[in-house]
Design a binder for this molecule. Structure first.
Ligand code: F6P
Length: 342
């Protein structure tokens, strides 16, 4: 068989481990040829590709980013985009395509699959917000990076008696904030699923001070929002999938907490540091298992499906199930964390 592979959306530690698994198992076990498309959906749209071999993918397992490049190109935003992809896949004599991505990349994969194009999906996102899979690779690495940063901020917060606000990624789901906040012993965690009341945040910090703890750590997901009508958050435009560019809640909290408490406050925006660099061992293993399962599925002609982690097993699930609904933090998990606030 000839099989295409692409990586779309925000990059994520572990992407190269998936590519390597697909290439190694695809060539060694099945005798397939693997074609790597450049920059997400731009590759099959514009016929930008490279043949992948065992030799060309050596040494990439621990490497962050993606050797194929990535983009947020939406094929359904281009006139005749889907037909162009069908034609280009045919021109390259490809039997099908493996799309490694998050909600947007897999959403497009799902639509293309409904149009009769052979696609298999692999879930990826540091945000861990994809449905139908218990976890996505990249999340463990992002949480590790964020909790290491929180540990470092802790010591300087304590020395200077400051309130440190740490803004982490997560536009619709607060998984990174919740897990890194719990791991780092944060005093307040703010997530998009639970609009916050700034007065309550201030109350928790003041209670800590009254108890003799003169510093606090507030972890806020970038998508955390104040309760309606309380504080205004600036928008910074949208991408091709219509998602707002976020980033700014940390500085807003720095100002508001500083002004309302009179305590010295500082914001740190971790941003893309959470997405870069080498994946943790856990993410390398998960990514490798998903890549191997995806090439198995291709070889068995299981199109329109996605490899998913279910409990400890890798299973194939319909692509539609994966993109039907975002996996957000359930109220009870947030409430369990609240026991440690303040
Ligand atoms: O999709 C993952 C993600 O890391 C989000 O948490 C974040 O909002 C977004 O990507 C940032 O995207 P970009 O790199 O395009 O600014």
């Amino acid at each position: 068989m000839r099989v295409g592979v692409l990586t779309g959306g925000g990059d994520c530690p572990g992407l190269n481990a998936v590519i390597r698994a697909i290439v190694r198992k695809g060539i060694d076990r099945y005798g397939h040829a693997i074609v790597g498309f450049r920059d997400g959906w731009r590759g099959p749209l514009e016929n930008a590709y490279t043949e992948l071999t065992i030799e060309s993918t050596r040494g990439i397992l621990p490497r962050g980013g993606t050797i194929l490049g990535s983009s947020r190109t939406n094929p359904f935003k281009r006139d005749g985009g889907a037909e162009q992809i069908r034609e280009n896949l045919r021109g390259l004599h490809l039997d099908g395509l493996i799309a490694i991505g998050g909600e947007d990349t897999l959403g497009a994969a799902c639509k293309l699959s409904e149009m009769g194009i052979n696609v298999v999906g692999v879930p990826k996102t540091i945000d861990n917000d994809l449905g139908a899979t218990d976890l996505t690779f990249g999340f463990d690495t992002a949480v590790q990076v964020a909790s290491d940063a929180i540990d470092r901020l802790h010591t300087t917060a304590e020395s200077h008696h400051r309130i440190m606000i740490v803004e982490v990624m997560g536009r619709h789901a607060g998984w990174i904030a919740l897990h890194s906040g719990l791991a780092g012993g944060a005093d307040v965690i703010l997530i998009p699923e639970r609009p916050f009341d700034i007065e309550e945040v201030v109350r928790l910090i003041q209670r800590r001070h009254a108890r003799g703890r003169y510093f606090s750590i507030v972890v806020a997901a970038e998508g955390a929002t104040p309760k309606a009508g309380t504080l205004e958050v600036m928008s910074q435009g949208t991408d091709e999938f219509g998602h707002e560019r976020l980033g700014g809640i940390g500085y807003l909290l720095e100002r508001e907490i500083g002004e309302r408490t009179g305590f010295d406050s500082r914001a740190t925006v971790l941003g893309h540091i959470q997405r870069g660099g080498t994946p943790t061992a856990f993410d390398r293993v998960l990514a490798t298992r998903l890549g191997a399962a995806a090439i198995d599925a291709v070889s068995e002609g299981k199109w329109g499906q996605m490899a998913a982690l279910r409990s400890t097993r890798i299973e194939m699930v319909p692509l539609g199930e994966a993109v039907a609904e975002l996996k957000t933090v359930p109220p009870e998990e947030y409430e369990a964390a609240e026991a440690f606030f303040g």
